[in-house]
Design a binder for this molecule. Structure first.
Ligand code: PEP
Ligand code: MN
Length: 253
């Protein structure tokens, strides 16, 4: 799966989908099968979760990462998961195709520099309070250490409103496309934190030229162990993929 970065570069639109967190083996296998059938290209699943509340489900750690890896192998899908600690680099090197750096670690420059040395594709999420320039400067930490297999991901920024979890900065997607040569993705799930508008935000980001999207899905949306409020069904994912690709085509013309 080494060529996943080139595939993303050559694709018009790439879809990353999966649960917020890997909960058990059966669940990730089942979601992988359904997500692939719905048209997803890459399987996501958190194993090390950066939860605001320490009492919340923290992820299955190494065994969760292994389950994600095995599910990807079984269904021939590249996998992505978030790294939270520099000491886990070897583990991620062995088990995932794309290493995700979450919003809370965008400013963790030692982590970015160390990750760059793996030469793996890296999906860098925008810090929740980071300016566009700070986002691009963080990206340079990866570049300077010799890795330009970078995917930028707009995942919503903090604002004063509390009705949505964050505010998806679609203007940033459009502007980043002109400011750098890397694929720019959107994560509508974490941007709004509510399932009812994930589709709208996915469409808005495709209209702003996003090269792909990362969406959280669950088979039983009310039972998700993390981020249940923003999980959408596989049926909805399938519709979003079809419509987003059409929107991307229209705006590209
Ligand atoms: C995630 O994608 O699982 C995640 C925690 O995202 P973010 O870092 O954007 O909050
Ligand atoms: Mn989540």
């Amino acid at each position: 799966m080494n060529d996943i970065y080139n595939k993303i570069r050559n694709n018009d639109y790439t879809v990353i989908a999966g649960p917020c967190a890997v909960e058990n083996k059966e669940m990730i296998l089942s979601i992988a099968r359904l997500a692939k059938a719905a048209g997803a290209d890459v399987l996501r699943g958190g194993a090390y979760k950066m939860r605001t509340c320490v009492k919340d489900f923290q992820g299955l750690g190494k065994s969760g990462l292994k389950m994600l890896h095995d599910a990807g192998k079984e269904f021939n899908m590249p996998v992505i998961s978030e790294i939270t600690d520099i000491y886990d680099i070897d583990l991620f090197f062995d088990l995932v195709d794309i290493i995700q750096v979450g919003t809370r670690n965008m400013y963790n420059y030692p982590l970015l520099k160390a990750l760059a040395k793996t030469k793996k594709a890296i999906l860098l999420k925008r810090g929740m309070s980071a300016t566009i320039n700070e986002f691009l400067r963080a990206c340079e930490y990866i570049e300077e250490s010799g890795n330009n297999k970078i995917i930028l991901c707009e995942r919503g920024i903090r604002s004063f409103d509390t009705v949505t979890r964050n505010v998806l900065d679609v203007g940033a997607i459009a502007v980043l496309k002109g400011m750098c040569r890397y694929p720019v993705f959107a994560d509508p799930s974490h941007a709004c934190g509510r399932a009812d508008i994930v589709s709208n935000l996915a469409y808005a980001s495709a209209a702003c030229g996003a090269d792909g999207v990362m969406i959280e899905v669950h088979e039983d949306i009310n039972a998700a162990l993390s981020d249940a409020s923003q999980a959408i069904s596989i049926e909805e994912l399938s519709t979003i993929i079809k419509k987003s690709k059409q929107i991307k085509k229209i705006v590209k013309k």
